[in-house]
Structure formats: structure tokens, C-alpha cells
Design a binder for this molecule. Structure first.
Ligand SMILES: Cc1cc2nc3c(=O)[nH]c(=O)nc-3n(C[C@H](O)[C@H](O)[C@H](O)COP(=O)(O)O)c2cc1C
Length: 204
């Protein structure tokens, strides 16, 4: 195999063996782990917590607590989130063509719970204002904000995988809120020590 062959990803290699072009189909429910086993598994993979926000066609803010945030690539800076197909926030961000990622700080567990619950007036209960590009910025709860342009979006089961190209990435003060084993936890940094790299860079 030559270097040029190994330096590019061939589309055929992205298809699981023996499944041909059926790779977008889901396994039958009886082939899968029970939902409780799966959620217990993922509970043992702690994450940070984000509130994904956008605005609908009438300019109303929408937002959803989200732990499925993942960095995809550095060039261009791209992240992904997985959002429930019937979520009003998904509708809003598809219409707006963009969304904001509000990374929550340790003191924001009440906001994480609020935006993780089907409450109609979420934005009446938090401090927020439009970001530079007009997306809802939860300035009282976010220790970092990313403004994203909508990239590709594709359904997988009952969720939609949404790619976002990061146009701005801004860090404020605070340490990250964590979520694991179905509970919110503070970042376990020693008091007095910086909770994240002091140079403010966001890493892959
Ligand atoms: C810590 C935490 C993480 C969550 N992560 C996601 C997620 O990644 N994607 C998702 O669709 N829902 C996620 N949820 C659930 C939604 O936040 C919740 O269903 C919310 O009520 C959806 O709002 P909506 O009904 O306006 O769409 C999470 C909830 C919590 C508490």
C-alpha cells in the first residue's frame, strides 16, 4: 500500500463489512442491548454539559441541554451534537442555519436541569442575551460560548446528528459542570488551581 493510498479515507471503507449499502439501516430492536443497559453504560462515560440554543423564524429563543457534544475535526473547526428529532430546538437551528453551544459552569446545574426538562418558558428563568451573531447566549451560566454555522445533519434512529462549523469560540471564567452516573458534579480541581489551561485554548 502506497502513502497516497493510506493518506485518504476511501468511502468504501466506511461501510461495515457484509452490509453493503444497507449501512444506514438500524439493527432490529431485539438485536440491541436493552435501553436500560445502554443508558447505564453511557452513565459511566462522564461528559461536560452544554445548552444548545438557536432562534426560530419568529425570533423566539429555543434551547436544550445536551451532553452528546463531540469535537469532529480541527480543520475546519467542527463539532457535532445529537438532538432528539422532535425537539423544537432542532427545528429552530435548521431554520436559522446556525446554533450556539453554551458550555455550562459548575454553578449551572439548575439551568442544565431546566433546559433538560420540557418547560415552556426556559428563557424567562435564566440570564441570556443575543450573542454577536444573534444566537441566545446564557451569559450567567456559560463558561464558554461557540457560535456555529449549521453543517450537515442526518437522522440516526430517533435523533439527528448535527454538524456545526465553529465561527467563534470564546472562554469566560469558571470551571466546567460535569455529568455522569445520572448526576451533575463540579470539576474536581484543587481550589486555587486553574481548572483549565490558562492560555484559554480549546483543545480537540
Ligand atoms: C445532562 C443531560 C444531557 C442531555 N443530552 C441530550 C442530548 O445530547 N440530546 C438530546 O436530544 N437530549 C438530551 N437531553 C434531554 C433533553 O435536554 C430534554 O429531553 C429536553 O427536555 C428537550 O427539550 P425539548 O423538549 O424542548 O426538545 C439531555 C438531558 C440532560 C439532563
Amino acid at each position: 500500500m502506497t502513502a497516497s493510498m493510506t493518506s485518504r479515507i476511501e468511502h468504501d471503507r466506511l461501510v461495515p463489512p457484509d452490509r453493503g449499502d444497507r449501512h444506514t439501516e438500524s439493527a432490529a430492536p431485539d438485536e440491541c442491548a436493552p435501553p436500560g443497559d445502554y443508558t447505564a453504560l453511557m452513565g459511566m462515560f462522564p461528559t461536560g454539559v452544554a445548552v444548545i440554543t438557536s432562534v426560530d423564524g419568529a425570533g423566539r429563543p429555543h434551547g436544550i441541554t445536551c451532553s452528546s457534544l463531540t469535537s469532529v475535526t480541527l480543520s475546519p473547526p467542527t463539532l457535532l451534537v445529537c438532538i432528539r428529532s422532535s425537539s423544537p430546538t432542532l427545528d429552530a437551528l435548521m431554520t436559522a442555519g446556525g446554533f450556539a453551544v453554551n458550555l455550562l459552569h459548575t454553578g449551572a446545574s439548575a439551568t442544565a436541569t431546566l433546559f433538560g426538562t420540557p418547560v415552556a418558558d426556559r428563557f424567562a428563568r435564566v440570564g441570556w442575551r443575543p450573542s454577536a451573531t444573534g444566537l441566545p447566549w446564557l451569559h450567567a451560566d456559560a463558561l464558554a460560548l461557540a457560535e456555529c454555522r449549521l453543517g450537515r445533519a442526518f437522522p440516526v434512529g430517533d435523533h439527528v446528528v448535527v454538524l456545526g462549523e465553529v465561527l467563534t469560540a470564546t472562554r469566560y471564567d469558571g470551571a466546567p459542570l460535569l455529568y455522569g452516573l445520572r448526576q451533575f458534579l463540579p470539576w474536581p480541581a484543587d481550589p486555587g488551581r486553574p481548572a483549565a489551561p490558562a492560555n484559554g485554548e480549546l483543545h480537540d
